[in-house]
Design a protein. Structure first.
Length: 281
């Protein structure tokens, strides 16, 4: 028998599963309900399970203040991100996006528009995430009629980067800065303009983003065959110099020395980037 633990509002209830509180949402799911009553699982649209150390009370107090229409929209957004970015939002991350959207709607209704200082940096560094954020703005417009300014795409991009890095927003800001710095170092070392719209640039940028994530998580790659590293180093001294410049930056910023495996993969990606993005002489 499926029993209600708490009624949060007309559209949100909580249940106990294996001694853990789980939040269920659905239109009218909590209407005329009471603790101990039964509910129809077919009416459940989303399950929210706490996956961090936030208190259940804090979680439910936030979700209780978000209108059903925004919660339903956040479900569509979560499904869209899974389909387009292969990004699975945790319950806390989906709630954070829903809460941000509701707050943005309220701010704009009150004539308060926030500018994002890193708008163009985010647009350049996180092109896929920024494109997804623009699509979310369109979804918000379709669902609510509210036209969001482009700065909101930057705020949403930060949420998506945060979700990809599985960290807090400060980690996302730090990672964004580091990725930008590394890309600037690579451009300077190669001495030629790169093509942001090229597939090789996108692949290199993806490698850098995940490398920065590993650095910030303290989970650097190790175990490279030293002979392979030396072979690539001797074959492509320019790529090696680029890798060393990045390693010097990492040492200064994080106090970490990049192991040979990280340097090797960086050299390989620099080689591919240079060959496919630099113009023929």
């Amino acid at each position: 028998m499926l029993r209600v633990s708490r009624v949060i509002n007309n559209n949100v209830i909580s249940v106990l599963e294996d001694g853990r509180e789980v939040i269920l949402t659905g239109r009218g799911l909590g209407y005329h309900q009471h603790p101990g009553g039964t509910y129809d699982p077919a009416r459940v649209e989303r399950r929210f399970v706490l996956d961090d150390d936030r208190s259940a009370e804090g979680f439910t107090s936030v979700i209780a203040e978000i209108p059903y229409e925004v919660l339903a929209l956040s479900n569509l957004i979560a499904d869209h991100l899974k389909a387009t970015l292969d990004l699975t939002l945790t319950s806390a991350m989906q709630l954070a996006i829903a809460d941000h959207i509701q707050f943005a709607i309220e701010r704009l209704a009150g004539g308060q528009r926030l500018e994002h200082a890193m708008l163009w940096e985010l647009k350049s560094t996180y092109r896929r995430e920024f494109t997804a954020a623009l699509e979310i703005l369109e979804m918000i417009h379709s669902a609510t009629g509210v036209v969001m300014p482009i700065d909101e795409a930057a705020f949403l991009t930060m949420h998506l980067v945060n979700a990809e890095l599985n960290g807090d927003m400060s980690s996302a800001v730090s990672a964004t800065t580091a990725v930008q710095d590394v890309m600037a170092i690579v451009r300077e070392q190669l001495g030629v303009p790169l093509e942001p719209d090229s597939a090789s640039y996108a692949r290199f940028l993806t490698h850098v983003k995940f490398a920065v994530q590993r650095i910030e998580d303290g989970q650097l790659l190790v175990g490279t065959d030293s002979q392979l590293y030396e072979m690539v180093r001797e074959k492509d001294p320019q790529a090696h110099e680029v890798a060393l410049a990045v390693a010097a930056y990492v040492r200064q910023r994080y106090g970490l020395d990049l192991p040979d495996e990280e340097l090797l993969y960086l050299m390989v990606h620099v080689n591919r980037l240079r060959e496919r993005d630099t113009p023929a002489q």
